[in-house]
Design a protein around this ligand. Structure first.
Ligand code: ADE
Length: 230
């Protein structure tokens, strides 16, 4: 079973439209749509914003729907000058950029007493997402790399620079590491696929609404293609 988590209703709505829905289940204020999407058994759900919502959502997908694969789609702010609005980033790993127990000697981002700082994505899924994206969105640039997540919308150059300095990620968003963390603990595979909607600096709140729809269109096209090959 493939669990597909989107943070935004618009994106999830497009996937639900393409889905043959067999059952709709409510839990923790989330609506889980179970059915067949592009020939695969899947559950599509909107987690809501932030890492806690995302982690709860992922755990329900694993426990109640027996998901063995978690895919998180959505939009993100670019943290690298070469990655532009409209480009796509596929995770190789994810980190909590807002976790900080460094006063006790842990590296910033490390959840104390966990045995990993970065949560690795499933390599085969990453390759398939890349392949799917080449087919679905041949005209856009796609990068693979680290994704940093935190419960903050990043819209200041100073905060952005700090995240870059600490983790060297490609983009920043607000759910991925919550899902990656849940995938790690439950030993299921995951990948995060994000379309860039802004530059996570002082221009971020201006760019965001303009490019949101374009970013959603790209990630929905990619998701449909990916489901046909996994
Ligand atoms: N999602 C899209 N853009 C973002 C940003 N700048 N910060 C956090 N999450 C985002």
């Amino acid at each position: 079973m493939i669990g597909i988590i989107g943070a935004m209703e618009e994106e999830v709505a497009a996937l639900k439209e393409a889905m043959e829905i067999e059952e709709t289940v409510e839990q923790a204020g989330m609506t889980f749509c179970k059915g067949t999407l592009c020939g695969k058994e899947a559950v599509v759900v909107r987690s809501g914003i932030g890492k806690v919502n995302a982690g709860i959502c992922a755990q329900i997908l694993v426990d109640r729907f027996r998901a063995d694969t978690l895919i998180n789609t959505g939009i993100a702010g670019s943290l690298d000058a070469k990655i532009d609005i409209g480009d796509m980033v596929i995770s190789t790993d994810a980190v909590h950029h807002d976790m900080d127990a460094s006063i006790f000697g842990d590296p910033v981002g490390q959840v104390p007493r966990m045995d990993t700082l970065f949560f690795p994505a499933d390599e085969a899924l990453v390759q398939k997402a890349l392949q799917a994206n080449e087919k679905a969105n041949p005209d856009i640039h796609t990068y693979t790399g680290r994704i940093a997540s935190g419960d903050q919308f990043i819209a200041s150059k100073e905060v952005k620079d700090k995240i870059v300095q600490n983790f060297h990620p490609m983009c920043v968003e607000m759910e991925g590491a919550g899902i990656a963390h849940a995938a790690y603990l439950n030993k299921v595979s995951y990948v995060i696929i994000r379309a860039i909607s802004d530059k996570a600096d002082n221009s971020a709140t201006m760019d965001y609404p303009t490019f949101e729809q374009q970013a959603i269109n790209h990630s929905v096209r990619l998701m449909k293609e990916l489901l046909t090959i996994i």
